[in-house]
Design a protein around this ligand. Structure first.
Ligand SMILES: *Cc1c(COP(=O)(O)O)cnc(C)c1O
Length: 363
């Protein structure tokens, strides 16, 4: 009998993204143009049985909506309570305790957390090393290779040919390759089209970002039927709530074109924000997502995030990012919000560049 608590959980922490209620929250990459109106309409039209009854065991209506949208068969679609749930189930379907999960780093923190939650060993490989040769991701003989594309928090898009080479190397008997496409709508680039052709590929998507449904907790994955079947087993039944599934299906169909319109406006604003940051002499990384990562003006991401929050603007700090050092990630939203962000940045720059420090600031 194992002792409680389990020893490998000693270093795990409960998740704290460090968010506080802030007037302008640009810290979590959700769709800032609002909730998805088609999804909201479906929830407002809720019938008593939407609440009283269990949902579909394996969310078949949502699977069909995703299948139709992406031109695959419903058996190629799996779903979950957020794409975190899809990633979690996919990891567990392909790897057991003690097995390795390799990924280019830095990346989405949940990749490492989910591996450790499942008793697996996370193996981070620096992006530069991984991009030079995808074989470096396979050196530890992993059971899962996780690639976030576009990557969170850097915004970079791993080249298509590089991913294809990785998939070739994984072949039909190598690790399961999980491509996290949480931000693919903003890159207008995807591997969903290959997901049903490659034997060891699962593409994960979320409804939390472009689709504007973070509060509903819904995600999905696309892969060959024999892969999705294993993920369905690992995830278990009844995971997607009735109203969530219905609302997500409406968002996936995007009958009103709301997702498409807000994504288009986001891309325009991303270019514009990039120019504004560059004009202020701030170093930043190229982004294919709905956020931009830029060097912390004072050199301390944590301090700058606090300073901006005091001015009512929340961004997400990252420590020690390759090529940038300490950095801040800002979500791209409607321009009036970004204007408030830029005004706060200007005040931050004024103090930083005059060499002064705010009253009460840590040294
Ligand atoms: C936000 C995000 C997700 C979304 O997770 P959900 O559980 O669907 O809300 C997944 N992957 C990445 C890289 C993200 O940034």
């Amino acid at each position: 009998m194992s002792p409680f608590p389990r020893a490998d959980y000693a270093s795990l922490r409960v998740y704290d993204p460090g968010r506080r209620p802030t007037a302008v929250d640009l810290s979590d990459n959700t769709n800032l143009w609002g909730p998805n109106p088609d999804a909201l309409a479906r929830i407002r039209a809720a019938a008593p049985d939407d609440v009283r009854c269990y949902p579909e065991v394996y969310a078949d209506t949502l699977r069909r909506a995703v299948a139709e949208r992406f031109g695959v068969a419903p058996e190629c679609v799996t779903t979950g309570a957020g794409s975190d749930d899809v990633l979690d189930s996919a990891f567990r379907a392909a790897a057991g305790p003690g097995d390795r999960v390799a990924f280019p780093a830095p990346t989405f923190v949940m990749a490492e957390e989910l591996a450790r939650m499942n008793g697996m060993t996370p193996v981070p490989v620096p992006w530069r090393t991984a991009l030079a040769d995808p074989r470096t991701l396979l050196e530890c003989a992993p059971s899962v290779v996780y690639v976030c594309r576009p990557n969170n928090p850097t915004g970079g898009l791993a080249p298509r040919e590089w991913v294809e080479r990785l998939l070739d190397l994984a072949g039909a008997s190598g690790p399961l390759v999980v491509i996290d496409e949480a931000y693919a709508d903003f890159a207008r680039e995807s591997f969903v089209g290959q997901a049903t052709e490659r034997p060891r590929l699962l593409v994960a998507r979320t409804c939390s970002k472009a689709y504007g449904l973070a509060g509903l907790r819904c995600g999905f994955g696309v892969a060959r039927p024999e892969v999705t079947l294993e993920v369905e087993k690992s995830r278990g039944p009844f995971k997607v709530a009735r109203l969530t599934a219905e609302a997500a299906a409406a968002a996936v169909r995007d009958g009103s074109g709301w997702v498409e319109r807000t994504v288009a406006e986001c891309l325009t604003n991303r270019d514009r924000l990039r120019e504004e940051l560059e004009r202020r002499g701030l170093r930043l990384l190229d982004s294919s997502a709905n956020f931009i990562l830029f060097a912390a003006p004072s050199g301390s991401a944590k301090q700058d995030a606090i300073t901006l929050r005091e001015q009512g603007v929340q961004v997400r700090p990252f420590v020690d990012v390759p090529d940038l050092g300490d950095a801040l990630r800002v979500t791209v939203g409607p321009w009036p919000l970004l204007e408030r962000f830029l005004a706060a940045v200007d005040r931050l720059l004024a103090t930083t560049r005059s060499g002064g420090s705010r009253p009460g600031a840590e040294p």
